[in-house]
Design a protein around this ligand. Structure first.
Ligand code: HEM
Length: 409
């Protein structure tokens, strides 16, 4: 495990670092200790000052409060947006609509809605099923597999590439970019900057090509879209495609991986789902609640007192939706994974105006991926002789998930 540029964490209440590898690997224990020590909102000077509220009530309040908190940058970085010379300003931001504030946000979100509506997404089921079967066929007869590397990571990237109109063969490159954007927040600027340049260059070429040869895909769709009678700028189109990669790849990879990890370590739940596959959609909702992959961030607009703490202008505030989902004030027995939980209004897809636009697609990918995995591998367990590796940064899920297959079909 490597430390971030800020060095080892000395105290999780006053010096936490969500980019440190031990954060995601021990997340539930860290929160439990913080809450037990009477700390519902932790603070660190790292990343120029960051807050970590842990209750459902606080996360809810911040997500709905666009007056005091801006979405201008939703991934905590070593530099504040005001320190980045060419950062696109509010209310648009670099990756609309997730980096946009009202009233522009609503317009940027509205143009994307039809592309992610059930009518567009549901027909992808057969393609995703086939993809999952192909990935499993490629594993041959191996008894030991890595379900994160050989399975979960490929499904969302192939779907996003095909929807955006980018070559599926470039999947590895997309994942490496997303990795630096999301997981590499604690790495040095020298390591990160060339990646951003390469990504922008790649998208500029792809947009150019789509202008010359329009087709039926998201890039062409965005190039034709209008906001208040004006075509979108190229920066807006590129920013939205980057957003879809960032929002759609590691998140869903994590959601699939978290579900398989749970089933590999909980044989009773695995058997129940193999015998009763109709329970799967409910189980997936519970995996989304209990192992919610996404924590987003906001910036404080102006100095603001929040639940007794003094936040300063441009402080980062993390929105740990996963912690909101484990608050006993909101859920009964929040730390128990109950795959037929009846009441489950979880916040895994966020709260308020930025609520996930890709939730139909994410749910479909997770349901199909786990359904096919259980069909083909009705019995499997965690292979404890190899290392299990969790992601770093704001999206949490297994990045190495060693599995021993005990029965296959
Ligand atoms: C399990 C998978 C996923 C999870 C847990 C997830 C979670 C989230 C969360 C928590 C937000 C709120 C962000 C905020 O408040 O700042 C969000 C927003 C968003 N997500 Fe997802 N997401 C997933 C998959 C996807 C997919 C597959 C796509 C599309 C390809 C997608 C597209 C978006 C977009 C465009 C937004 C921004 C919406 C807005 O700002 O109005 N997500 N997602």
């Amino acid at each position: 495990m490597t430390d971030t540029v800020y060095g080892p964490v000395t105290d999780w209440a006053t010096d936490f670092d969500h980019g440190a590898p031990e954060y995601n690997a021990n997340i539930y224990k860290i929160w439990e200790d913080l809450k037990a020590a009477g700390c519902p909102i932790a603070h660190t000077e790292r990343y120029g000052g960051t807050w970590l509220p842990l209750t459902n009530e606080m996360v809810h309040e911040i997500a709905y409060d666009t007056e005091h908190f801006t979405s201008r940058s939703v991934v905590v970085g070593q530099l504040k947006p005001s320190e980045v010379p060419d950062a696109l300003p509010a209310p648009i931001g670099g990756a609309p609509p997730i980096t946009s504030d009202p009233p522009f946000h609503q317009e940027a979100r509205r143009i994307l809605l039809p592309a992610f509506a059930p009518k567009k997404i549901d027909p992808l089921r057969d393609e995703i099923r086939q993809m999952c079967h192909d990935l499993i066929d490629n594993m041959g007869d191996a008894e030991l597999i890595d379900a994160a590397e050989q399975y979960a990571q490929h499904i969302p990237v192939m779907i996003i590439a095909s929807m955006a109109g980018l070559p599926k063969e470039d999947g590895d490159i997309f994942r490496s970019w997303v990795h630096v954007i999301l997981a590499g927040i604690g790495e040095s600027r020298e390591e990160r900057e060339p990646v951003f340049l390469a990504l922008n260059e790649y998208l500029e070429k792809a947009i150019e090509d789509h202008i010359e040869n329009p087709r039926d895909d998201l890039i062409s769709f965005l190039l034709e879209a209008e906001i208040m009678g004006n075509k979108l700028s190229r920066e807006h189109v590129a920013g939205t495609i980057i957003l879809l990669m960032v929002a759609g790849i590691d998140t869903t990879w994590s959601g699939i991986g978290n579900s398989i990890w749970h089933l590999a370590t909980n044989p009773v739940d695995r058997r129940r789902l193999v015998e009763n596959p109709e329970m799967l959609p409910m189980a997936i909702e519970e995996f989304l609640r209990a192992y919610a992959p996404v924590t987003m961030a906001r910036l404080v607009k102006q100095d603001y007192e929040f639940h007794g703490v003094q936040m300063k202008e441009e402080d980062w505030v993390l929105l740990p939706f996963p912690a909101a989902n484990r608050d006993e004030a909101k859920f009964e027995n929040p730390d128990q994974v109950i795959i037929d939980r009846e009441e489950n209004r979880h916040a895994a897809f966020g709260l308020g105006i930025h609520r996930c636009l890709g939730s139909n697609l994410a749910r479909l990918e997770m349901n199909v991926a786990v359904e096919v995995f259980l069909e083909r591998f009705p019995d499997f367990e965690l292979n404890t002789s190899e290392e299990m590796v969790w992601s770093t940064g704001q999206v949490r899920g297994p990045r190495q998930l060693p599995i021993r297959i005990k029965a296959r079909k």
